[in-house]
Design a binder for this molecule. Structure first.
Ligand code: PMP
Length: 432
């Protein structure tokens, strides 16, 4: 069997340098089932990170649906096929009434690329607002939305960044309504700046749970003042649901529904096909009509018969296995467990999350809230050594990111919490 060093050298030779991997000792996975994965040496890991195998690694219902359709017909998307229509009907049934049309694509990046064009088609303008710690994908257009979280390419002169919401260190120093108003004021200033620059204002793109930004705890209605500014200026709200969608927050099927914000355009991907590359943009018929009038768009693979079958099977499993309710129940249990650990270890500064996206922010001192970024990386590496895969994110990269496949159980949560307790105890208090 090839060693890790040999595989890394082969990767660099064949895929180019700097292709990122997780952990000081990268994991070489060969098999998965449910919430578990196995490495090449037969070692088993609890997957607490992977939101792509949403309904569980290699779920038999999804595998069977893919195999059945792949052995019947797969083709590009210029023929009539009812599979995609049945799926879009089902998918749009999970949204507010007006969000009833979709474009099927293969990645979240493509979906966001289309969403930006929709904003342009509707408003005739290109100026766009995003947070300063977001990631929305990798096309030339979409990567211009990123700033700290993978630096942007392109000139990006039509992009304005507003500070990512942070419930632990709120803008202006105060949480709740004051924080919401401070965010709205930043959005207003960005709109004015775009209008003054000549680009004009087309819209705002946000993950409604701000997951890449560190998943701040924001109450329902929190986004409303900012969205009122967007609407008053004639812009549209694009909700990037690539991460929070498909029941993960436990309370509602979509992230925007949990905070009570109605988007004009919704993009989704990652968990949608349980690993099969399928993604989509959902919008109102008027926006779809404006987009189709301004742009000709064709996607060879988007919504092909196999993709539609995979995505449909994912919805089946979420429903039949009650995975949204499971996310709510197990997520609450795991978060309460993290809160218990925070009573024991005072370098856990803040515990937060919704459903099966939760974590804890590590600090050197709870009073100053100074982030302990290097320590958080050590925690992730130690957990990996003990057979639990998780990672870190957030504005300071000091927040443990725990986002397991949706069938994650109470026993799995206990396994995670027990080992985290062990690691935090062994590592002791952080000095950086
Ligand atoms: N939007 C968000 C919020 C994401 O986190 C990602 C991927 N991490 C994307 C879009 C891009 O999706 P993809 O990698 O499928 O292009």
């Amino acid at each position: 069997m090839a060693s890790t060093a040999e595989i890394l050298a082969r990767r660099a030779r064949l895929l180019g340098p700097n292709v990122s991997t997780f952990y000081d000792e990268p994991v070489h996975l060969v098999r998965g089932e449910g919430v578990w994965v196995w490495d090449a040496e037969g070692r088993k890991y609890l997957d607490c990170y992977n939101n792509v195998p949403h309904v569980g690694h290699c779920h038999p219902h999804v595998v069977e649906a893919i195999c059945r359709q792949a052995s019947t017909l797969n083709t590009h998307t210029r023929y009539l096929h009812e599979g995609v229509l049945d799926y879009v009907e089902r998918l749009t049934g999970t949204f507010e009434d007006d969000l009833s049309t979709a474009i099927m694509v293969c990645t979240g990046s493509e979906a966001n690329d289309i969403a930006l064009r929709m904003a342009e088609a509707v408003t005739g303008k290109r100026g766009i607002i995003a947070t300063d710690h977001t990631y929305h994908g990798n096309t030339t257009a979409v990567s211009q939305l990123s700033r700290t979280n993978i630096p942007a390419t392109g000139d990006g002169s039509h992009v304005r960044h507003v500070p990512a919401p942070d419930s632990y260190r709120p803008l202006g120093g105060e949480g709740g309504e004051a924080h919401a108003q401070a965010f709205a004021a930043a959005v207003r200033a960005a709109i004015d700046d775009l209008e003054a620059s000549g680009h004009g204002f087309a819209g705002i793109i946000l993950c409604p749970a701000f997951l890449n930004e560190g998943f701040p705890m924001l109450e329902p209605g929190w986004l409303e003042p900012a969205l009122a500014e967007v609407r008053a200026a004639g812009g549209i709200f694009i909700a990037d649901e690539v991460q929070p969608g498909f029941g993960r927050n436990g309370e509602r099927f979509w992230g925007h529904q949990r905070i009570g914000a109605v988007p004009d355009v919704v993009t989704m991907g990652k968990p949608m096909g349980n690993g099969h590359p399928v993604a989509a943009v959902v919008t109102r018929p008027d926006i779809m009509a404006a987009f189709r009038k301004s742009f000709r768009y064709f996607n060879t693979f988007g919504g092909n018969p196999v993709s539609a079958a995979a995505a449909s099977a994912v919805l089946d499993v979420i429903e039949t296995e009650g995975l949204q309710a499971n996310a709510k129940m197990v997520g609450a249990y795991a978060k309460a467990g993290l809160e218990k650990l925070a009573e024991k270890y005072d370098w856990i500064g803040d515990v937060r999350g919704y459903g099966l996206f939760f974590g804890a922010e590590m600090v050197t001192d709870r009073t100053t809230k100074a982030p302990s970024t290097a320590y958080t990386a050590r925690v992730a590496n130690e957990m990996r050594r003990r057979g639990v895969l998780l990672n870190r994110l957030g504005i300071h990269y000091n927040t443990l990111k725990i986002r397991p496949p949706m069938p994650f159980s109470i026993a799995n949560a206990d396994h995670l919490l027990g080992l985290l307790d062990e690691v935090l105890g062994e590592l002791g208090a952080p000095d950086a």
